[in-house]
Ligand binder design. Structure first.
Ligand SMILES: [Zn+2]
Ligand SMILES: [Zn+2]
Length: 348
């Protein structure tokens, strides 16, 4: 099968033919990939920053996968061949305390599709049955693939602060990219606050406006702009999908007393005088992916037509061009790689 494999850090992915993977355990599912979202985490991986997460090379990347079931192990009972599915990226055991709490991303035996095991920049991927979310008939897997990481991460982060997004409060979304554009809509769906979308790119600011932001701001001078908007009080919640030194500083600079700073993007260093956070009784939280239930709930919202996932599709062969566009900030929404354009996978 065709794959796009990372063989060496800081190098382009290589288009490599590999044997179609086989089921090695009776609880596994072979999925024919129809779409795989391209994420900033793929850039972090290529840059060699994901070794602490257990990445080893060579690795087929791709953790935002959707497609159709091609084969099932003999213990699999919830899906069968031909079913459209979205794949929750963590592999989890179901037996440890974290799994039993429903937070599979912290599983003791955790693996992650496309990082620690081979992913969906390929024609086929193997996952365990626990990772599968069955899609309602009629939902195109390609159109929803990015929900499996971009969407779930946005949902997890917003759900954790939604009880604070009360009428009269202000939520700022820093970075209206692949994750942020979903989060902005979820703030609107799960909370009652005013929503401010912030992005340096005018195309993404236009998207924020289209998706229901009450106010849209440029990143330059955003701290003062948010203070002005809120009569000096600042933002009650800041959701940061950038995670740079600059976005950390901006977020803390605009955070209201008793405000919550919620981080999703990462890579910078958070530096803040504790006296300021204690004096303002502020909270900082960080978010890692989400639970299977987060993904399932997100699909219920999607099924009711409450969310817009902005995607563009590209053939798998163009993976390096797509990664370069993402790095340059030239993707609005999410790019999805399609291994076999034109083939809807029915004959899986
Ligand atoms: Zn991702
Ligand atoms: Zn577990």
């Amino acid at each position: 099968m065709k794959t796009a494999q990372l063989r060496e850090y800081h190098q382009p992915l290589e288009l490599v033919e590999l044997p179609t993977p086989e089921l090695r355990r009776p609880d596994q599912v072979l999925v024919k990939v129809e779409g795989a979202g391209v994420c900033a985490t793929d850039l972090h991986t290529i840059d060699g920053h994901m070794e602490p997460a257990g990445v080893t090379l060579p690795r087929v990347l791709g953790h935002e996968n959707a497609g159709r079931v091609a084969a099932i192990g003999e213990l699999v009972s919830t899906v069968s061949a031909g079913d459209p599915v979205l794949l929750y990226p963590p592999h989890s055991c179901g037996l440890c305390v974290a799994c039993r709490r429903g937070i599979d991303m912290h599983c003791d035996r955790h693996e992650f599709t496309g990082l620690t095991v081979d992913g969906g920049f390929a024609e086929y991927v193997v996952v365990t049955e626990r990772s599968v979310v069955r899609l309602p008939e009629g939902v195109d897997p390609v159109a929803v693939a990015p929900y499996s990481d971009a969407g779930i991460t946005a949902y997890h982060a917003v759900k954790r602060v939604a009880h604070l997004a009360l009428p009269g409060t202000t939520v700022v979304v820093l970075g209206v990219g692949g994750v942020g554009h979903v989060a902005l809509q979820l703030v609107r769906e799960l909370g009652s606050s005013a929503v401010v979308g912030v992005d340096p790119d005018s195309r993404r600011r236009a998207l924020a406006e289209e998706l229901g932001a009450d106010v849209v701001l440029d990143s330059a001078g955003v701290v003062d702009a948010v203070r002005d908007l809120t009569d000096g009080r600042g933002a009650d919640i800041v959701l940061d999908f950038v995670g740079s030194d600059q976005s950390h500083a901006d977020a803390l600079g605009m955070l209201a007393r008793r405000g919550t700073y919620s981080m999703v993007g990462f890579g910078g260093t958070l530096s803040v005088p504790s006296a300021a956070m204690v004096g303002g009784e502020q909270t900082a939280v960080a978010n890692l992916v989400g639970s299977w239930i987060d993904l399932w709930e997100l699909m219920q919202l999607h099924g009711r037509g409450r969310l817009t996932l902005k995607t563009e599709t590209h053939p798998l062969e163009d993976v390096n061009e797509v990664l370069a566009k993402l790095r340059e900030g030239e993707i609005t929404g999410r790019a999805v790689l399609v291994p076999n354009p034109g083939d809807k996978g029915e004959q899986a």
